[in-house]
Design a protein around this ligand. Sequence first.
Ligand code: GLA
Length: 746
Amino acid sequence: MKKTVHINETNQEFHLTNGKISYIFRVMEKTHTLEQLYAGKAIRHRDSFDHLIEREIRPSNNQVTGDHTTSLEHVKQELPVFGTTDFRYPALEIRYPDGDRISQFEYLDYQVIEGKKKLPGMPATFAEAEEATTLEIRLHDRYSALVLKLSYTIFHQFSALTRHVEISNSGNETYQLERLMSFSLDLPTDDFDFIHLHGAWAREAQLERHPLLTGVQHISSTRGASSHVHNPFFALAKKTATERQGEVFGFSFVYSGNFLAQVEVDPYHVTRAMLGINPHQFGWALSPGAVFTAPEAVMVYSDAGLNGMSQTFHSLYRNHLISPKWSGRKRPILINNWEATYFQFDEAKILELATDAQALGIDLFVLDDGWFGKRDDDASSLGDWSVDRAKLPTGIAGLADKIHALGLQFGLWFEPEMVSVGTPIHDAHPDWEIGHPHKNISHGRNQYVLDFSRPEVVDNIFAQMDAILKSCKIDYVKWDMNRYISEAFSQALSSERQGEILHRYILGVYALYEKILAGYPELLIESCAGGGGRFDAGLLYYAPQTWASDDTDAVERLKIQYGTSLVYPLSAIGSHVSEVPNHQVARITSLKMRGDVAAFGTFGYELDSTKLSEDEKAIIREQITQVKGWQALIHQGDFYRLLSPFEGNTTAWMVVAADKSEALVGVYHVLAKPNPAYERILLAGLDAAALYRIDGNEAVRYGDDLMQAGLLLGGNYIGRAQDYWSRKMPGDFSSQLYHLQKIDNS
Ligand code: GLA
């Protein structure tokens, strides 16, 4: 195995490299703090990188005491803190017992560990000893008994590095942690565009790209969840970088709560990029003996454009974040009754849908919201996870047995973190709700948030879920979360600790996931938060798939799935075919297009099968057979975005098997155009020298021909001019899948 962590003990330099990336920092002689020297494409290791040290004489700044060429304002750093000569925003802020916030974290020692340690109670990427190396750097505060540990893991096969931070108090005073960013990187240029995914309910993951400004820019969440509004991800792409070429740094947060992704460009064109828990409304009392762990952030470097960055995220997350139980495993094709029935169903209706589902070739029936308490609309029963016998007289166990008897798996919806007025736990434990007892608590979707910072609340919900899960065989759970937290206050926390509530809440969510999975290790969980309101790498650790959006319209989904694919693998993107007119936008698209879009995700249906015509059922049977045949390719292959829905009328994307033996291309036209221009879709990732058969046709094409000349979408009417007039026009919202198979000509 090649060495991936090089340490120059004399110069106190650290170089993490795996032949793809290099990440270099050192201990500064004067301050003993960490100076960042280089991050990016791998450079050759050498004994010393001190030629990368820059010290200018710059008037009008504050100097490190006793030194006239060093101001931390002009040093690229690994852990900028407040109270030094650096005026940029710091990665760490602590309020000391005297009320000041002046820190100085100095190098103590290091440790190299093969593999990667688990993060306590939190999701993180994982690796065996031969897959990654971890460098732990310990720093101690000159002014207190606080010790900080930076843990860097370099994956041997990926152009990726992770970092998390731990701070511990071995003294006997309490310190208030006000900010601790998980990643902080100073890059020597501002020649970047800032790329991120923003959105709202039903229109998540909208891609935005703009040049960096001099000054501070950020995206964030203050909502108690990673949120629909911004995904906890951003990229810095060289201005000339495209989908396929150029340098890109991607940053993703393995966390599901409030976050801040901030980029600050200083007057010298240095870019400080940081990612961590949002300091807004955050505080943590570091009492004697306490240890606080800031979640993991992942940095990916690509010199093959945004697509290169995405492919690294996809394979890293497939192999080192998503549970090995599910990452390579066949996912069931499901049908969910939500849009078919909403809250109005009974056992007979569910069994009717399930019987149809079985005949269509579906694997899993998911019973969505409305099966518990007296939940006939969204105003009641959350927190009362007892079955509504009026709807389901034989209970969940009876229904699950009947569904299994049909040869289907059975899945169930829960929204564990919420409570409705009038439920037993609401009446018995008013203090279990998040909010101040003497101040207004707003409702969202008629519901309130349980205080998951309290272990007894998590235990109560676990016991209720456990009672259902153990009563019968449940193969899948859809774990929903439908409102944000606006009045963050916990009746269980002291006044000094109120800043801890939102992080403790998320730790409580993770604790419940861990308890459920410990009890039911075979359970497949799909996370959901009013669609993609908590689509993040944190939850993927527990739930290998996430419902990407409540918007199931095929046209809107092009953007949502395209944007989501920047970070998350297709096997994680929950995608269903629903009925038309679509319930979110009332658009009517063809069943074919809905299927062709949903195919590039987990795939399933969300419609009333009893309303389908025989022709539609035949199309659905065909779609299911195809997707089952292609699932390994779609979920494990390399994904290429070809044409962006954010830029034009045509969207195209494709997946290519790792061995390039097979590929599936999706091409989508939103509106039909009269007398259209010629279109050639340039494919990617194929074996240039190989011949490919497309959709089993006689004619074959070379890989290089398909990548350079492209797939021609227009017709060739030479010698058949009459055919032109009888051709079938696809109309608006058309799509086509092309399946390519390499011909074995060995
Ligand atoms: C959320 C989810 C939907 C559905 C409903 C049920 O909106 O995103 O898929 O489960 O809740 O109330």
